[in-house]
Design a protein around this ligand. Structure first.
Ligand SMILES: Cc1cc2nc3c(=O)[nH]c(=O)nc-3n(C[C@H](O)[C@H](O)[C@H](O)COP(=O)(O)OP(=O)(O)OC[C@H]3O[C@@H](n4cnc5c(N)ncnc54)[C@H](O)[C@@H]3O)c2cc1C
Length: 273
C-alpha cells in the first residue's frame, strides 16, 4: 500500500494516477475535503504563459502540464468547471470541483499524521503543502498567504477572459462567479482575514475590471501557498521509502497532472512494476 500524507490537489492527484496504474494508495487528510488547503483556496488559473517560473525547465514542465489538462479533466469526469487554454488566452479550472471529484474516486481517510514514523506503507508520498516540513526530515517549505475575492451575481460570459496586471487578476468561472486575486504575505500559518488588505485587493480588481464597480464581493477567503526556499517545487525521492511532492507555490493547480505522473512513475520504478 502507498500512503500519501495530505489530501490537497497534489495528494489526491497522485493517488488517482497510482490507481489508474493499478497501484493501491490511501490518502491521509486531517480536514474534511482539504478545506484548509491551498488547493481549496486557489484561484485555479492555468497560467503557464503569464507566471514567472524559476527556470526554463520548470517553464517547460508548466507548459506540458497545461497541455495535459483537457485530457486529465475528461478522464476524471464528473462536473468540473474548466476552460482550456486556447485562443481566448489561458485556461482555468475550479480547484474545489477537482478536489470533490478526485476524493470521490480515491481512498481518503481522516487522519492527522504527526510523524512519518507512524506510517507503515511500502512507499510514502509527502504531499502536505505548506505543512510538509513539520513532518521532520523533509526539505523546508514556508506558507505564503494569499487572499481572493468572489462576486456571484454576474452572468456567465460577462468578462472577456483573464484580466491581469502584475499580480492582480480578475476572471470568471464558466458558471459565472467572478474571482479576483491576489496578495502575498509571509505571516506564518496565520489565516485571519484583514479588512484593509481585502479593501485594497477590491480596489485593484475594480481598476482592472470596471464592471465590478459598485458591486460588493459576496465572499472572501485566504490560503497558504507552499513555497520552498528557492521557490522550486520539492519533487524528489528523499529515501528508499519516501517521496516528496510539495512546494508548488503559485502554480500547484496548474502542475497537478504533471506532478502526479512524475510521482506515479517514480513509485512504479521503485517497486519494479
Ligand atoms: C490565494 C491563492 C491563489 C492561488 N491561485 C492559483 C492559481 O491560480 N493557479 C495555480 O496553479 N495555483 C494557485 N495557487 C497555488 C495552489 O493552490 C497550490 O500550489 C496548490 O494547491 C498546492 O497543493 P498541495 O496539495 O501541495 O497543498 P495543499 O492544497 O495545501 O494541501 C495540503 C494538504 O495536506 C494536509 N496536511 C498537511 N499536513 C498534514 C498532516 N500532517 N496530516 C494530514 N494531512 C495533512 C492539509 O490539511 C492540506 O489539505 C493559489 C494559492 C492561493 C493560496
Amino acid at each position: 500500500m502507498i500512503e500519501i500524507v495530505g489530501g490537497g490537489l497534489i495528494g489526491l492527484s497522485c493517488a488517482w494516477e497510482l490507481g489508474r496504474r493499478g497501484i493501491d494508495a490511501v490518502v491521509y487528510e486531517r480536514d474534511p475535503l482539504g478545506s484548509g488547503s491551498a488547493s481549496w483556496a486557489g484561484a485555479g488559473m492555468l497560467a503557464a504563459a503569464a507566471e514567472a517560473f524559476p527556470d526554463a525547465e520548470w517553464q517547460r514542465i508548466a507548459n506540458e502540464s497545461a497541455a495535459m489538462y483537457p485530457e486529465w479533466v475528461a478522464a476524471i469526469g464528473g462536473s468540473i468547471d474548466f476552460v482550456a487554454a486556447g485562443e481566448a488566452g489561458e485556461g482555468h479550472v475550479d480547484p474545489r470541483d477537482l478536489l470533490r471529484e478526485l476524493s470521490a474516486q480515491v481512498e481518503v481517510r481522516r487522519r492527522d499524521v504527526a510523524s512519518l514514523d507512524e506510517l507503515d506503507g511500502e512507499q510514502v508520498v509527502v504531499c502536505a503543502g505548506a505543512w510538509a516540513s513539520r513532518l521532520g526530515g523533509m526539505p523546508t517549505v514556508e506558507p505564503i498567504k494569499g487572499y481572493l475575492l468572489a462576486w456571484d451575481g454576474f452572468s456567465p460570459g460577462t468578462l472577456p477572459g483573464i484580466l491581469r496586471s502584475g499580480h492582480t487578476y480578475v476572471f470568471q468561472r464558466r458558471g459565472g462567479r467572478v474571482i479576483a486575486g491576489s496578495t502575498e504575505e509571509r505571516v506564518g500559518f496565520d489565516r485571519t482575514m484583514d479588512a484593509a488588505r481585502l479593501r485594497e485587493l477590491g480596489e485593484r480588481a475594480v481598476e482592472l475590471c470596471p464592471a465590478l464597480k459598485g458591486a460588493r464581493p459576496d465572499t472572501a477567503w485566504c490560503g497558504l501557498r507552499p513555497a520552498s526556499l528557492d521557490l522550486r517545487p520539492v519533487l524528489r525521492r528523499i529515501d528508499q521509502r519516501t517521496v516528496a511532492a510539495y512546494g508548488h507555490y503559485r502554480n500547484g493547480i496548474l502542475l497537478a497532472p504533471w506532478t502526479a505522473r512524475w510521482v506515479a512513475g517514480e513509485i512504479q520504478r521503485q517497486l519494479g512494476k
